[in-house]
Design a protein around this ligand. Structure first.
Ligand code: MN
Length: 162
């Protein structure tokens, strides 16, 4: 059984960049749903029972829901006010921004510790050496920013490049 870890900071800790209502919906509803659906998949497929979350990232039956759990765990860690991202150079930030703006559909853009920008579609998980990442599913920003992905991206950058 997987359980949802509490958000590692207050819902309003990221104001005004990401509002408390968005954080509450995102963590308590969306992230919780990935946990619940992953547990259903494991229950219905007994051979998955003793697998770790990381094992489940690569099984076609569980990868979407396992990725949803895993990616959001990372995202909260990266957004945490206690987390310090080593400041990347302006060219890397520009690549990250361009990649975030051009990602089609739902997915993520990540930055690795060797300053590679990587995008993953849907809830596909990133490589292990990521140091930050942005959730580009509309549920991550729609309440506050509606369809204005650029405003959300700019707010995200202000938040993480503090
Ligand atoms: Mn999300």
């Amino acid at each position: 059984m997987f359980t949802l870890a509490p958000l590692p900071f207050a819902y309003n800790a990221l104001e005004p960049f990401i509002d408390a209502a968005t954080m509450k919906l995102h963590h308590d509803k969306h992230h919780q749903t990935y946990v619940d659906k992953l547990n259903d998949i494991v229950k219905n497929n007994p051979d998955l029972e003793n697998k770790t979350l990381e094992d489940l990232l690569t099984d076609p039956r569980s990868k979407n829901m396992a990725g949803g759990v895993y990616n959001h765990d990372l995202f909260w860690r990266f957004l945490s006010p206690d987390y310090r991202l080593p400041t990347p150079d302006p060219k890397t930030i520009e690549q990250f921004s361009n990649s975030a703006m051009s990602l089609f559909g739902s997915g993520w853009v990540w930055l690795t510790d060797d300053l590679k920008v990587i995008s993953t579609p849907n809830q596909d998980a990133p490589p292990k050496n990521v140091i930050t990442g942005i959730d580009l599913w509309e549920h991550a920003y729609y309440l506050k920013y509606q369809n204005r992905r650029k405003d959300y991206l700019e707010a995200f950058l202000k938040l993480v490049l503090k």
